[in-house]
Ligand binder design. Sequence first.
Ligand code: MG
Length: 178
Amino acid sequence: MRAGLGYDVHRLTEGRRLILGGVEIPFEKGLLGHSDADVLVHAIMDALLGAAALGDIGKHFPDTDPEFEGISSIELLRRVGVLLEEHHYVVENIDATVIAQRPKLRPFMPQMEANICEALGIERNQLNLKATTEEGLGFTGREEGMAAQAICMLIPLLDLAGDDRNFGCGGCGGCGNC
Ligand code: MG
């Protein structure tokens, strides 16, 4: 098993749509960024890339690249899923928290979860989303921005198959591990 951690912050501003977990949420402000600024999906992508030792989203999807301007972060998440597959990792689970003073996010959670699970090809019981406020404190409390944290576990496919380098049996076929 391999653990990964993701953290992201985006500024709230007028004249932008608020997109979280691929869902457009009615609100008077939206998050500012080069892509759709989906802070939740960004934190999840960084956790996944971190667990796979593949760097971060800035490395794979630089905000200086016009290809990624206004792009759906769910589409970027799909690409991260492909990268994981190419590197022979499967997702065990993801747990993530959005930190925002407003609006209430609970009504939108089922659709966010469905979008993220679909993009990664994982089951609903492999993803947990949460939301919290910071009790009016700090930049999220002042509604200047939103933050998100994510943690994930990945399983290297080599582990699932039984890795003879771990067990030292050399692929004997009889030990139950190879
Ligand atoms: Mg970001």
